[in-house]
Design a protein around this ligand. Structure first.
Ligand SMILES: [Fe+2]
Ligand SMILES: [Fe+2]
Length: 309
């Protein structure tokens, strides 16, 4: 077993100094006190992991990925930190051969876990941030869309949960392609001409084009969020609709009706559900309507908020 405790203070000081010495690394700009605190926490987590319990180290790695990422650290910076830990352990001569293999194994595992967690965070967060800025750009054109997108995402997630399917973030950016529709058409108060409708009907296709390079799975859902099982949808007019796309479609309709000011508040929810029920089999897949009915009660609070907006 590695004996950390007798040399604890010396180890922390040495590890902190080593971190400070790393050139071109955000660690090098840190105050030595902060590095010592970091070294102390790292030491405790590694000690427990070497003793067989990796829970603390895993939490430490996850927190590091979150916080270090925010502070501009890259994955390899943190891996350098683990290397520095290993070097320091050698310098302090804590270990015989067998226990050093254990330490090495733990640090190797921590590096791999860090890279995995960090990459997951980057992808998810990067994507959400990108979608948010696109939605803001769209909001500049049409004010309604931003809150609409968030609500459609939330309602879709509820319905998808009952069906056991995954819609990813398709609800959030289903209408992102409206960015390609001219302002004069998007915000027109009066009835639209046939040409103007033709432009609007292209928006799922533009959503697909915008999202395809970064999120292909959800792109195919947004392409079909106005398709209908009876073939009267757009832009493709397909009759075989993926259930995920129809989930977004039902959520879209529900929110559109609930936020329509021309209906009286208390009637909105029941009216929306009634409208969707009436289109079971034509606009909406029967299983999607059934799932919506099941989740309707759970969503009551959230939907009431929507209805009183
Ligand atoms: Fe749409
Ligand atoms: Fe929509």
């Amino acid at each position: 077993m590695i004996e950390f405790d007798p040399e604890r203070e010396r180890f922390i000081a040495l590890f902190a100094t080593k971190l400070k010495e790393l050139r071109n690394n955000p660690y090098a700009q840190r105050d030595i006190r902060e590095l010592e605190r970091f070294a102390g926490r790292c030491l405790d987590a590694v000690k427990q992991a070497v003793d067989g319990d990796r829970t603390k180290l895993e939490r430490f790695v996850q927190e590091s990925a979150l916080n270090r990422g925010k502070e501009g650290f890259k994955a390899w910076h943190v891996m350098q930190g683990f290397d520095a830990f290993r070097d320091t352990a050698k310098m302090v001569r804590w270990s015989d051969c067998e226990s050093f293999v254990k330490l090495d194994d733990v640090l190797h595992w921590a590096s791999n876990t860090y890279v995995r967690v960090y990459e997951e965070l980057l992808t998810e967060r990067g994507l959400v941030r990108m979608v948010e800025s696109l939605t803001l750009a769209l909001e500049a054109k049409e004010k309604y869309t931003s809150s609409h997108s968030q609500s459609v995402q939330k309602i879709s997630e509820n319905i998808a949960g009952v069906l056991g399917v995954n819609i990813g973030l398709a609800g959030l950016f289903h209408d992102i392609g409206k960015i390609n529709v001219p302002d004069s058409v998007l915000t027109k108060a009066g009835p639209l001409t046939e040409e103007e409708w033709a432009l609007i009907k292209q928006h799922p296709y533009h959503s697909f084009r915008i999202m395809s390079p970064i999120y292909p799975e959800a792109a195919s859902i947004v392409l079909r969020h106005h398709e209908r099982p009876d073939g009267r949808g757009y832009p493709l007019g397909e009759t075989v609709i993926p259930v995920e796309a129809n989930v977004v479609s039902a959520a879209d309709t529900l929110h559109a009706i609930c936020s329509n000011r021309s209906y009286r508040r208390h009637e909105k929810l029941d009216f929306a559900l009634e409208q969707i029920r009436e289109k079971k089999g034509t606009q909406f897949l029967p299983e999607v309507v059934t799932a919506l009915e099941k989740t309707y009660g759970d969503m009551a609070g959230f939907l009431t908020e929507l209805s009183t907006e």
